[in-house]
Design a protein around this ligand. Structure first.
Ligand SMILES: CC(C)(COP(=O)(O)OP(=O)(O)OC[C@H]1O[C@@H](n2cnc3c(N)ncnc32)[C@H](O)[C@@H]1OP(=O)(O)O)[C@@H](O)C(=O)NCCC(=O)NCCS
Length: 376
C-alpha cells in the first residue's frame, strides 16, 4: 500500500472512485487550498480523500482546520484497513501542514471515531413557514456587485467571529465570487462602503433556500426577514441555513414544534499544543494562574500523546510537555471539549475522561444547551 498526495493526473480516477462510492462526483480539479491524498494498491488508485484548508473561529480567533471530504475506497479494497491507513496519513499530513484541527461530516461514524474524530457541533437548516415572518421595518436593499464582495465578507466575519465553529471563508479555499451566481444576493448598504447585512438565496421549485441571512443589527436582520416574506404566496416555506443563531433563535417566529435538519460534524484535535495556542480564550483573562495535568490517550497522533500540562497564565493558555498525567483524556474527548459541545461531566460519563478537570470547563466557558426532557 502506497499513500501519496494526489496530483492533477489523478483527478479523473478520483472522480470515478467517488462516483462509485456516492453515486455522483464530477471531476474536481485540485487548486490552492484544496489538496488530496490517495492510496495506491498494485499501482492503481484505490482510495482518496480531500483536505480543504480552512480556518474555524474559536473564542474569536481563527484556528487552521483541515476539512476532510470525499473519503472513498474502491469496493474491492474495502474491509482491510485502507480507509484507516489513509486517515492516519491525513493526520500526519495535516500536522505537517500546520492544521491543528480537522473536521468532517461522517456517514460512517465508527470509522472516524476509531481515529479520534468525535461529534462536536452542528450544521442546521431551519424549515421556515413564510406566513410566520416577523414584521420588521422595510430596509433598503440592492443587488450585490463584485465590488461589494469584500465588504460583504467583512460583515460575515464580524458576525462569524462570535460564533464558535464557523469558518472564516478566506481565500484560497473559499471563492467568494461564487456567491454572485446565486438567484438572490441582497445587500443592505451602510456608510462608506460598509455592508450592514446581506441575504443570499437560491430559488428551488418548492422552496427558497436561504444560505446566509446576516446583519449587524436588529433593524437590518428584521428588514431582511421582511424581504424574505415577499416570497409568501408563490412559496409556502423557506429553508434557512443557520449561520447566525441569533436570527433563527431570537427573531424568527416558529411555534413550539418546528423542523430543523441537523448534520453533525466531527472534530479531531490533530495537534493539541498548536490548537490551544491558536484558539482564543476569552475566559482566561478572568482566571488566576492555574494548570491541569493531562494524560492524552492517542495512538494515532503520537506527537501529542502522553503527559501534557495545560497552563493558564497572564490571560494566555498554552500546553507544555510533562506533569503528573492526573486527568486522562481520550483523543475523542479533545474535539467536543475544544468546541465546547460537551463538558467534562458528559465526557466522563462517556468513558472519555477520568479525573477532576473543572478548569477545562471554565476555560471553554461552554454551559451546554439548557434542556427539558419532560413536556407539560
Ligand atoms: C466507508 C469506507 C470509506 C470504509 O473504507 P474501508 O477501507 O473499508 O475501511 P476500513 O477497512 O479501514 O474500516 C475501519 C473500520 O471502519 C468501520 N467501517 C468501515 N466501513 C463501514 C461501514 N460501511 N459501516 C459501518 N462501519 C464501517 C468498521 O468498524 C471498521 O472496523 P473493523 O475493521 O473493526 O470492522 C468505504 O466502505 C467506502 O468507500 N464506502 C463508500 C463511501 C463512504 O461511505 N465514505 C465515507 C464518507 S464519510
Amino acid at each position: 500500500m502506497r499513500i501519496r498526495e494526489l496530483t492533477d493526473d489523478d483527478v479523473e480516477n478520483a472522480a470515478r472512485l467517488r462516483r462509485v462510492a456516492f453515486g455522483r462526483g464530477e471531476p474536481a480539479p485540485l487548486r490552492p487550498g484544496i489538496r488530496g491524498l490517495g492510496v495506491e494498491l498494485d499501482g492503481r488508485l484505490a482510495a482518496v480523500l480531500t483536505i480543504n484548508e480552512l480556518h474555524q473561529f474559536y473564542g474569536g480567533s481563527t484556528v487552521p482546520m483541515g476539512g476532510i471530504g470525499g473519503v472513498a475506497v474502491d469496493p474491492s479494497a474495502r474491509g482491510r484497513g485502507v480507509a484507516s491507513a489513509l486517515l492516519d496519513a491525513a493526520l500526519r499530513d495535516m500536522r505537517e501542514h500546520g492544521r491543528p484541527l480537522s473536521v468532517l461530516y461522517a456517514t460512517v461514524p465508527a470509522l472516524y471515531r476509531s481515529r479520534g474524530w468525535e461529534r462536536a457541533g452542528v450544521f442546521e437548516w431551519l424549515d421556515f413557514p413564510l406566513d410566520r415572518m416577523p414584521v420588521g421595518e422595510r430596509v433598503v436593499t440592492r443587488p450585490a456587485e463584485e465590488g461589494d464582495l469584500q465588504a460583504l465578507h467583512a460583515c460575515y466575519t464580524d458576525v462569524a467571529s462570535t460564533v464558535n465553529g464557523l469558518i472564516d471563508r478566506s481565500a484560497p479555499a473559499i471563492d467568494l465570487t461564487r456567491a454572485l451566481d446565486l438567484d438572490v444576493v441582497s445587500v443592505v448598504p451602510g456608510h462608506d462602503g460598509e455592508v450592514r447585512g446581506y441575504l443570499t438565496a437560491q430559488r428551488r421549485p418548492d422552496e427558497l433556500r436561504v444560505f446566509d441571512l446576516v446583519g449587524r443589527d436588529v433593524v437590518t436582520q428584521l428588514g431582511l426577514l421582511r424581504e424574505l416574506g415577499s416570497w409568501a404566496g408563490v412559496l409556502d416555506r423557506a429553508l434557512l441555513r443557520v449561520t447566525d443563531p441569533a436570527v433563527t433563535g431570537l427573531l424568527t417566529n416558529q411555534a413550539i414544534e418546528y423542523t430543523i435538519t441537523t448534520s453533525a460534524w466531527l472534530l479531531r484535535v490533530v495537534d493539541l499544543p498548536a490548537a490551544v495556542t491558536a484558539r482564543g480564550w476569552p475566559a482566561a483573562e478572568w482566571l488566576k494562574p492555574a494548570s491541569v495535568d493531562l494524560d492524552i490517550i492517542d495512538e494515532h497522533a503520537p506527537w501529542h500523546a502522553g503527559r501534557q500540562r495545560l497552563v493558564v497564565e497572564d490571560g494566555q493558555v498554552h500546553v507544555e510537555p510533562g506533569g503528573t498525567g492526573a486527568v486522562r483524556l481520550h483523543a475523542r474527548a479533545l474535539g467536543p471539549w475544544f468546541s465546547g459541545m460537551q463538558d467534562t461531566h458528559a465526557l466522563r460519563r462517556a468513558g472519555l475522561l477520568d479525573g477532576d478537570a473543572a478548569l477545562l470547563d471554565h476555560l471553554v466557558g461552554a454551559p451546554g444547551i439548557p434542556r427539558l426532557a419532560d413536556f407539560f
